[in-house]
Ligand binder design. Structure first.
Ligand SMILES: [Zn+2]
Length: 472
């Protein structure tokens, strides 16, 4: 995490120094993600990618057995709950036995993150991270460097088809790398060690989008990667004007949010490229990959994903996913209800030959833009949510362009001070003179399907755009 002082120095530095600081952070990421055990796990996943369904299930059985024993021995949250339920490690023999164990709810991660730590690890050696902001629920998570390296090893083995580590790429994430006060391009910074150009999410106004488009047309990026909501603002601008990157990127990788059919078409049209959907999350509990046939498959050597039927959707099954991660041992997740759903074709066998059920679509996190008084679109509030204190859930509702209503489901000692701090975070981050009205609520507004949108935009005439188009 970057402290206030470093951020203040960064914000006042010239662009070349900011680029150097991005590069410095990039070198640190490289060391954490690709050092240590990365090569060992890369070799492992290269091998396990060739395993049959039977081999993968045997591996899963063995891994779950080990994990359950570890949790019984060393993780207070699990051992206490499981003992209360009359369970012991001997209750697990094979994968169907996993269903005997209680769910781990998101709420538990929120309330009991400390008790979910294994006593086998020195807490000071763990990487602490915030996640869940995109769902409006900030969660603290811990992992070891080795676990982080294992995660990136499988990401690079499975999720980055057709490109290589080190290829030049454009990143559309929420990082605040360009000061909000900056009025002239470049609205991006360079992370040279990672060969990455990071675009700013805070400058998406009609007059500035021209510079984003020109930069994408001038720079031969091998691929783009980022939030669907952020990329769709840029892609829409380019598609409407017929601006096409040349050469086209080989691929676009969509992370963190649900990729709707209309968004996929938008990226394909605007950027003349292959779009790859993926499902992963900050919790590191499951990984689902799109295959060349356009179906999706669970990475069975990353964890077990159980499917709880929710409803029929014509010939398909809508199911909630329950995740048990093999990556995490310092803060394990067993039968975690992350709240996301998938659509499964139960009878299909995918021509690509990958084992497991054929997933037709992933129903993950979706959101709408905030329109700012100075005419920008602000697509993603997860970074702001991650900064807040004593809040359980957050949702932004916009009815007028000069104001947002921030609904908070409070937690613990949520005070007036926390509320003022939250209002300030939203006001400063979004900028443009937006007014923030805070509201304390018992629960958040839901869509008919039960999902919670992080941002609801009710401005008359505001096109719902591609983000909330018909679901797949
Ligand atoms: Zn397939």
């Amino acid at each position: 995490m970057i402290n206030k002082f470093t951020m203040a120095v960064y914000n006042h530095a010239p662009v070349c120094v900011q680029n150097a600081m991005c590069g410095w952070a990039g070198r640190r990421y490289i060391k954490i993600r690709y050092g240590g055990e990365f090569d060992k796990w890369a070799a492992f996943y290269a091998e396990s990618s060739k395993w049959s369904a039977a081999q993968l299930m045997e591996y899963q059985r063995e891994q779950v057995g080990l994990l359950i024993r570890e949790c019984f021995d060393s993780v207070p949250y699990y051992s206490e709950r499981w003992k209360q339920a009359g369970l012991s490690p001997d209750d697990f023999h094979d994968l169907p036995d996993l269903a005997k164990f209680p769910y781990t709810q998101k709420e538990d991660l929120f309330r009991e993150s400390e008790r979910m730590l294994s006593t086998q690890y020195d807490r000071r050696s763990l990487i602490k991270g915030m996640t869940g902001g995109s769902t409006g629920m900030p969660l603290v998570r811990y992992m070891t460097k080795g676990e982080c390296q294992r995660h990136y090893a499988i990401v690079w083995d499975r999720m980055r088809q057709g490109v290589s580590r080190g290829d030049r790429y454009a990143a559309f994430q929420g990082k605040e790398i360009v000061p909000a006060s900056q009025d002239k391009p470049p609205f991006w910074r360079e992370n040279r060690p990672c060969n990455q150009r990071l675009y700013s999410m805070r400058h998406l106004s009609p007059e500035k989008l021209r510079f984003y488009a020109e930069s994408l047309m001038e720079e031969p990026f091998v691929y783009y990667q980022g939030y669907v909501s952020f990329m769709s603002v840029v892609a829409e601008y380019m598609a409407e004007r017929g601006l096409v990157p040349s050469p086209a990127p080989k691929a676009v990788f969509c992370t963190s949010e649900q990729l709707t059919t209309s968004c996929r078409r938008l990226f394909e049209t605007a950027w003349k490229t292959r779009v790859w959907n993926e499902y992963g999350q900050g919790e590191r509990c499951a990984l689902i990959q799109e295959c060349p046939e356009g179906n999706h498959h669970v990475q069975m050597d990353y964890g077990v994903v159980e499917f709880e039927p929710v409803a029929r959707e014509g010939e398909y099954l809508l199911a909630e996913i329950i995740c048990t991660s093999f990556i995490l041992h310092a803060a394990p997740l067993v039968r975690y209800r992350i709240g996301d759903r998938v659509v499964i074709d139960e009878t299909a066998v995918c021509p690509c030959g990958r084992p497991g059920p054929v997933i037709k679509a992933i129903r993950g996190r979706i959101g709408e833009y905030i329109l700012t008084p100075d005419g920008r679109k602000y697509p993603h509030i997860s970074l702001i949510v991650d900064m807040l204190r004593n809040v359980r859930r957050v949702q932004v509702v916009q009815e007028r362009q000069d104001e947002i209503i921030v609904r908070v489901v409070p937690f613990g000692d949520y005070s007036d001070k926390d509320e003022q701090y939250a209002a300030r975070c939203f006001q400063e981050r979004i900028g443009g003179g937006i007014m923030v009205r805070m509201e304390r609520v018992q629960d958040l507004e839901r869509l008919p399907n039960g999902k919670v949108l992080s941002v609801i935009n009710r401005i008359p005439g505001h096109s719902r755009n591609h983000l909330c188009g018909p679901e797949d």
